[in-house]
Each structure stands twice: as C-alpha cells, then as structure tokens.
Design a protein around this ligand. Structure first.
Ligand code: GLY
Length: 135
C-alpha cells in the first residue's frame, strides 16, 4: 500500500477548511483561502459564471445564518496536474428543521479547483450542483 500523496492530503484539508468557513460564516478564512479572481457556477447564480468574491460575501453577512448544521465530504477524490489541484466530492449538509419539523439533509456535487501560487494553494474555481434533498 502506498503512502498518501502529501499534496492530495493538503488539498483535502484546505477544502475541508473552506467548507467549514462557509458553514461557520467565517469570511476571513474563506477570503484567505480564495484567489480574488475566483470563478464559480452555483445554484444561487442562476446559470451565470460569477467572478470575484463579492457575490459570495453577501451570504456570509446575512443575519441569522448560524443554524445548527453538520456537513460531510463524501467520497472525495483529488487530482493534481502540475500546479493545479482538482477536488471532487459530494457535500452532505444536515441541518435542524424549521420549528416542529425534523432535520433536513441536502446534498451538492462539488468540484473545487486550487492553484499553487508561490507555494500557497488558492481556491480559483468551483462548480456546485444540487443533488436533491429530504424534507
Ligand atoms: N458559495 C460559496 C462556496 O460554495 O464556495
């Protein structure tokens, strides 16, 4: 059995940190991990490619977003091609239900692209698609 690739391990840890920053509304960490030119396709952008961080910052600053949530990166895979890393997985998010309702699980297929810039990995692109939910 071969030892885990240290670059793949680092990219998984960075991606986990990024996801935790999202669920904790921790803008400082999210901004630190991302390149200012980050591009993204995600459901909130209604089919548009979003460029830059302002679009994402809006969600971190929403009041009352600190609901009880737990997330899991399911079956993550990492590919490293030169100074680019690609991390793919399904993100499962469990959250407490609205008043009087049971907990809810949602899921997204996510692709996160990282670029190594002067020895530091920065998040440069992602694509997030919903895979359905239980309610
Ligand atoms: N919506 C921000 C992110 O998924 O990175």
């Amino acid at each position: 059995m071969s030892a885990p690739d240290p670059v793949a391990t680092e990219l998984l840890k960075l991606t986990q940190r990024l996801l935790e920053s999202i669920v904790n509304s921790d803008w400082a960490t999210y901004e630190q991990l991302c390149d200012p030119s980050l591009t993204a396709f995600e459901p909130e952008a209604l089919g548009h490619l979003v460029e830059g961080l302002a679009f994402h910052r809006f969600y971190f600053e929403l009041p009352g977003t600190k609901v009880l949530r737990h997330q899991t990166m399911s079956d993550p895979k990492v590919r490293v091609i030169g100074d680019v890393g690609i991390v793919t997985y399904v993100r499962l998010i469990q959250r407490a239900g609205a008043e009087g309702r049971g907990p809810v699980t949602g899921g997204y297929e996510e692709t996160r692209v990282w670029h190594c810039q002067n020895g530091i990995w920065r998040h440069v692109h992602f694509h997030r698609s919903p895979i359905g939910r239980t309610e």
